[in-house]
Structure formats: structure tokens, C-alpha cells
Design a protein around this ligand. Structure first.
Ligand code: B12
Ligand code: SF4
Ligand code: SF4
Length: 399
């Protein structure tokens, strides 16, 4: 059992017992690949990429050449050497400022730094990487001291077209778009003479969410994701781990804990009913909200060639708003209100949210020849004669 470093005052989760490192082979993607969530989902994962050339750019089995997909290429990219000519660092606070500026220059929208808690490093790899000399099942050795957490914002409007080819393209692009800046930041630190490793969608040895919460990027929401004050959950997360001396940030309180108690908009809009209306639960020594991973994953089957990644909970979340003065004002008023009184600010804000944005936020959109207008879909479950549409809110058959 490894000791975790509990940062000061994280409100959205609580360590209540001993934690252990997670073996990446226990996480959902390898479980689906092993058929643990059923043969249909396993086969879908192998063949989910259809005939759309834009979708094929983002990989994922089936048609298309993996060499046309950045994510696949970067899985096998070798890590460069650490420059032997080390640049001395006399002021870790100044270096943290510089690193954040470089990360933003390279393309990150938000950056925070925390200690690399070994509890959030996978104990073993599920997949190998020949470039890194790693085989599936190898133990992970990542002795770095710091985790630089990067967030890359997706487009608000394209996500609001959920679930469609447009929101799917935006989501997939985000995964790929975050790879190059993360790779370059790690390379920059190695050229400064310090070890550094990039963890992104192509290859990651860490769970970015707890690290990002501890680094002050946001708080953990009821839907199980990090919520940022300005971008909500439409942030793709990556991490650079390193030994470069850096000052660390503290967790933030942006009111997520209080909102999630009363709001439940994600739980109401989730088409597969995977988000709990109930309270938090304890898993691996941490008390936090936890979604039903299996039903969420199976809902991907409902995409039927139109989309592969549901983002309904991301776009429904009341923190997901365009960059406007009134969103800043709402956030400011919540943060300035003492915790016991927040309910009096939050309840009216939630009422306004439903009134203006709707109980199930969604936008019609046409883009690059795609159109997300509701259309009927053919159900491929034998014997089903229900009329389904691609936007149907009731659960589709996904088993
Ligand atoms: C496998 C996976 C999935 C699976 C399973 C999700 C899951 N909850 O495990 C499926 C396909 C269902 C999925 C769905 C989605 N995913 Co996903 N997914 C992952 C992946 C690759 C691994 C997650 C994992 O290890 N889960 C297994 C265990 C650890 O899960 P768990 O115990 O339920 O814990 C979850 C949280 O509570 C938190 N967590 C775990 N331990 C601790 C400890 C502490 C202290 C804290 C605070 C949090 C925390 O992390 C877990 C992931 O959500 C991560 C990237 C990564 N390397 O971690 C992205 C990731 C979590 N997914 C992401 C996104 C955006 C999505 C989707 C919107 C898109 C989609 N449809 O695919 C949905 C949203 C579903 C949801 N409400 O969570 C983002 C979240 C970004 C953010 N702002 O937080 C991530 C981080 C990818 C990235 N690099 O940006 N995903
Ligand atoms: S991604 Fe979709 S199905 Fe999964 S939890 Fe979010 S809303 Fe529900
Ligand atoms: S939609 Fe509401 S309950 Fe769900 S994560 Fe966002 S604030 Fe929390």
C-alpha cells in the first residue's frame, strides 16, 4: 500500500480509507477488449470506425489506415534523451510560472501543478509500447515528483449538437489536438536537463482526473469528471510528469460540491441512466460520485455510425457555458458566498439554467455538410418495433 499525499481542502472527494494503485488492465477499455462487457461491445470497439473519412482520422479500428491517425502514431513515438547540460533552477515558483506560460504557448487552455501521487499512477500497463520497450502487463515505474496537468477546451457549440457527427468530431479532435502540446512540453523539459514524460490520449501511465483536481484545475462532479470554472467538463486532460523543481498549486473550491447536491441535471439527462441521483460512494478508499461505467460504455452502441462518444453529461452540466460576463458573474457570486449560504444562490441559478438553456440543452447545427437534425434510426435489436430517433432521451437498447 502506498501513502497518498492528501492536498489541503479538496471538497469534491474525501479519502476515507487505504487506497491502492489501479492496474490499467482493470480499467474499462481493456475489460471491453477482453469481452467482459459483452461480445457486441467488444466487436464494436474493434470496428467502430465507419465510412466517414473525417472519423477515420481519429482511429479506433475498422476501416482506415492507422498510420493516418496521430493518436496511433504517437502511441509508438520514442521519448527523447534528457539533455546532460542541466539548467539550474534556483526558484521553483518562478519556474512554475515559466512552465505554465510555455504550456499555454504550446496550446493548453489551463495548467496546474501538483505532486505526483503514486496512487494515481497505474501499477501495470494494459498495452505495451515497443518504442518505450514496454510489453502489456509490465509494471509502471514513474518515479517523478511533479505532475503538470494540462486542460484543452473543446468548442461549446459543437458539443451542444450532441450526440451527432459534429459533437463526435469535436470530441475526437480534442483527444488528438492535446497530444502535440503535451509531447512538446515534456520534450522542452528534457532539453532543460530534467526527466519528463508526456501522458496523453496516445499513451498514459496516469489517471489525469485526481491529479488535475489536486492541481486546482477544478472539482470532481456528480458525472465523475473534472469541472473547470470557465469550461465546465469540456476539457481534455493530459499530464506531464517530471523532476523539474516546481511550486505546486492547491485544490480550488468553485462550488461544484454545492451545485451537485441540488442540480442533478447530468443524472436527469443521461440517456443510459448511468449517473447517480444518490449520494457519493466509497471506492478504493475515496468517497466520491461514481457513474455506472458499464451502462455508459454500452450506450456507445446507440451511435450506429452517427457518433461514437456520448457527451450529453458534458454539455448538460450547468457549468458548461460560453465565455460570457454573466457566467463569470454567476461563478463569482457562488465563490463569494459562504458555504452554508450557497444554497440560496444555487437554487435560483439552477431554476434560471433550466428556464434559459432548457432541461436538456441541445442545439441544431450544420457544419461541413453534417446536420444534427433529429432523424429516425433503425433499431438493430431483433424483435424491436419501437420508433427510435438519434436524439431519443429514453434509453435505447444497448445491451
Ligand atoms: C475508460 C474511460 C472511459 C470509459 C469509462 C469511464 C470511467 N468513469 O471509468 C467510458 C468509455 C465509459 C468513458 C466515457 C467518457 N469519458 Co472517458 N475515459 C476513460 C479513461 C481512458 C480511463 C478511466 C479509468 O481509468 N477508469 C477506471 C476507474 C479509475 O474509474 P472510476 O473508479 O469510476 O473513477 C473515475 C473517476 O471517479 C476518477 N477517479 C478515479 N480515482 C479517483 C480518485 C480521486 C481522488 C478523484 C478526485 C477522482 C478519481 O477517474 C475515473 C474516470 O472518470 C480516462 C483517461 C484516463 N487515462 O484516466 C478517460 C476520461 C475519464 N474520459 C473523459 C471523457 C471526456 C469521457 C466522455 C465525456 C466521452 C465518452 N463518451 O467517451 C464520457 C463521460 C462519462 C463519464 N460521465 O465519466 C475525460 C474526462 C475529462 C474531464 N474533464 O474530467 C478523460 C479524463 C479523458 C481525457 N484524457 O480527457 N470514458
Ligand atoms: S457519456 Fe452519455 S451515457 Fe455516459 S454518463 Fe455521460 S451522458 Fe450518460
Ligand atoms: S450537471 Fe449539475 S449535478 Fe451534474 S456535474 Fe454538473 S453541476 Fe453537478
Amino acid at each position: 500500500m502506498l501513502a497518498g499525499k492528501t492536498p489541503r481542502n479538496p471538497r469534491s472527494y474525501r479519502i476515507v480509507g487505504p487506497q491502492r494503485q489501479i492496474d490499467e488492465r482493470e480499467t474499462p477499455h481493456p475489460r471491453v477488449d477482453r469481452g467482459e462487457f459483452g461480445a457486441r461491445l467488444r466487436d464494436w470497439r474493434k470496428n467502430r470506425v465507419g465510412s466517414d473519412p473525417f472519423r477515420r482520422l481519429f482511429g479506433g479500428g475498422g476501416e482506415g489506415d492507422p498510420k493516418n491517425c496521430l493518436q496511433n502514431i504517437m502511441k509508438e513515438a520514442p521519448e527523447g534523451e534528457v539533455n546532460p547540460d542541466k539548467i539550474p533552477v534556483s526558484d521553483p515558483a518562478e519556474m512554475a510560472v515559466q512552465i505554465k506560460e510555455v504550456a499555454k504557448f504550446l496550446g493548453a487552455d489551463v495548467v496546474g501543478i501538483t505532486h505526483l501521487d503514486q496512487l494515481y499512477v497505474y501499477s501495470h500497463r494494459a498495452r505495451g509500447s515497443s518504442a518505450m520497450g514496454e510489453k502489456p502487463g509490465d509494471p509502471v515505474d514513474l518515479p517523478h515528483r511533479y505532475a503538470i496537468c494540462l486542460g484543452f477546451a473543446s468548442d461549446y457549440y459543437r458539443y451542444m449538437s450532441n450526440n451527432s457527427k459534429i459533437s463526435d468530431t469535436e470530441y475526437q479532435f480534442g483527444n488528438n489536438h492535446a497530444i502535440v502540446p503535451t509531447f512538446m512540453l515534456a520534450a522542452y523539459i528534457r532539453e532543460m536537463g530534467y526527466p519528463a514524460r508526456a501522458h496523453h490520449h496516445g499513451r498514459s501511465q496516469v489517471n489525469p482526473i485526481p491529479l488535475a483536481v489536486n492541481a486546482g484545475l477544478g472539482e470532481l462532479g456528480r458525472h465523475g469528471m473534472l469541472i473547470h470554472e470557465k469550461y465546465g467538463s469540456r476539457l481534455h486532460l493530459t499530464v506531464v510528469t517530471t523532476d523539474l523543481p516546481l511550486n505546486v498549486d492547491e485544490p480550488v473550491d468553485i462550488g461544484v460540491e454545492d451545485f451537485c447536491k441540488y442540480c442533478m441535471k447530468c443524472a436527469r439527462t443521461c440517456p443510459s441512466h448511468s449517473i447517480p441521483f444518490e449520494g457519493k460512494e466509497v471506492f478504493n478508499g475515496v468517497e466520491k460520485y461514481r457513474i455506472n461505467v458499464e451502462s455508459c460504455y454500452k450506450y456507445k452502441l446507440a451511435g450506429r455510425g452517427e457518433w461514437t462518444n456520448c457527451v450529453v453529461c458534458v454539455s448538460s452540466c450547468c457549468y458548461n457555458k460560453p465565455d460570457t460576463w454573466w457566467h463569470d458573474l454567476a461563478m463569482w457570486s457562488v465563490k463569494k458566498t459562504p458555504i452554508p449560504l450557497r444554497v440560496f444562490v444555487i437554487k435560483p441559478l439552477l431554476w434560471i439554467d433550466d428556464l434559459i438553456w432548457g432541461k436538456r440543452p441541445w442545439k441544431r447545427m450544420k457544419w461541413l455538410g453534417y446536420d444534427n437534425a433529429p432523424k429516425s434510426v433503425t433499431c438493430n435489436i431483433p424483435g424491436c418495433d419501437a420508433k427510435h430517433t438519434n436524439l431519443q432521451l429514453k434509453p435505447l437498447h444497448t445491451a
